[in-house]
Design a protein around this ligand. Structure first.
Ligand code: ZN
Length: 134
């Protein structure tokens, strides 16, 4: 009974967090994911990689990300210091997200918000990142 109650409280805290649920996918649909996040600000990085892919990125903790399907349809690409796993769909080539570990050792997910079809990009604040000069 005690365990049940504790879980109920955690569920309530999660449910009442007020964060929006967003559903994302690659173009062919092989990869689908869900996130719990309020996306208001996104980052546009000018490094050689982000520039080519046209990313608008939102960074969220790994705990707010769920891969719904397509784990075996992802190819990983790493470059430079190889800290970030850029994951793209084997079929359509779309990169929906990347994974990295932050300074505290916790998983961080970089969401390519262009793969959230219901998100209106015009409502977002876009902040530039000077990745080219990191
Ligand atoms: Zn795909």
């Amino acid at each position: 009974m005690h365990i049940y109650s504790t879980h109920a409280v955690y569920f309530w805290l999660w449910y009442d967090s007020g964060m929006k649920t967003h559903h994302g996918s690659c173009h062919c649909g092989a990869i689908a994911y869900t996130i719990e996040a309020d996306i208001e600000k996104v980052f546009e990085c000018n490094c050689s990689h982000c520039h080519r892919k046209g990313f608008l990125l939102a960074f969220i903790p790994g705990t707010q990300f769920t891969l719904e399907r397509g784990g075996d349809a992802l190819t990983e690409y790493r470059f430079n210091k190889k800290h970030i796993a850029h994951l793209f769909c084997n079929t359509c080539g779309v990169q929906s997200f990347g994974r990295a570990t932050n300074a505290e050792g916790k998983e961080t997910i970089a969401i390519n918000v262009r793969t959230l079809p219901e998100l209106s990009l015009e409502t977002l604040t876009i902040e530039p990142i000077d990745g080219k000069n990191f």
